[in-house]
Design a protein around this ligand. Sequence first.
Ligand SMILES: NC(=O)c1ccc[n+]([C@@H]2O[C@H](COP(=O)([O-])OP(=O)(O)OC[C@H]3O[C@@H](n4cnc5c(N)ncnc54)[C@H](OP(=O)(O)O)[C@@H]3O)[C@@H](O)[C@H]2O)c1
Length: 288
Amino acid sequence: MTTQTIPDIILNNGVTIPQIGYGVFLTPPEETEQAVREALEVGYRHIDTAQAYRNEAGVGAAVAASGLPREEVFLTTKVWISNAGEAKAARSIDGSLRRLGTDYIDLLLVHQPFGDYYGTYRAMERALESGKVRAIGVSNFYPDRFVDLAGNVDVAPAVNQMETHVFNQQVDSRPWYAKYGTALESWGPLAQGRNNIFTHPVLTRVGQRHGKTAAQVALRYLLQRDVIIIPKSVQRERMAANLDILDFSLDEADLEAVAALDEGHSLTVDHRDPELIGYLATYQVEED
Ligand SMILES: NC(=O)c1ccc[n+]([C@@H]2O[C@H](COP(=O)([O-])OP(=O)(O)OC[C@H]3O[C@@H](n4cnc5c(N)ncnc54)[C@H](OP(=O)(O)O)[C@@H]3O)[C@@H](O)[C@H]2O)c1
């Protein structure tokens, strides 16, 4: 278990979020409880799930089994496109609460900028008012969609969760989010393994100076850039290694070397690709 304190980021509504969390995208539902139990044992106190991952119940079971007081674990989930629209989204938030086994969600995000996400966001604002949620935000909102939403709603998004890693650093996008006090949260902080990140020569060389791996350098870089990160691993040793990034610091030369890896575009999916948007519209999750 990590002996270092995980730093907090203060969101634009005063809620604090641990800057390092643990993600469960693609973790099979039947393996999620065990994985999250281990993540909590290793020292994570922030878990990122989504209705679309179909594993919220496993997250809830792990938190319950951990014996940790509820307020010591920060829980994020996301409303999926098939639950978009004010009434449907409101029902789906109650479903998420039930599956997570909790009476509040710390951070609730619109998962994708598709479907009736204005209706979804209104339902989230109501959930915030009624105390079912402590903070609300969005995910995958590129600056155009982001500014359109943020400028037309009552509650500015606390977070935008975007594909962010050393090869896609969101440099041009960040000022748009900052304009609304919106924190950048990284999904895919390890680039989902792309570009040989785990053996990348620049990251490896920087890591050798600090006795750290390429993965640890990639994660540490995001921390020093004030990005919230939620690396995913189902392997306990990797969970621990991904958290073991608090006892070293990248200097200016290191930061410059890693900054130069930025390609300025996604390595995974293009949220402006009509094929993708059409496919996502067909993906259904539980409505309750
Ligand atoms: N909002 C969205 O649309 C969205 C999209 C994608 C992800 N997310 C969130 O972001 C979280 C993180 O992103 P991600 O899971 O896509 O990708 P990621 O964290 O960048 O990478 C995860 C992959 O890297 C491997 N890995 C992790 N740590 C490693 C290490 N130290 N050494 C070698 N391999 C390692 C994992 O394998 P093993 O598990 O086998 O270790 C897994 O294959 C997700 O779990 C999810 O919560 C959100």
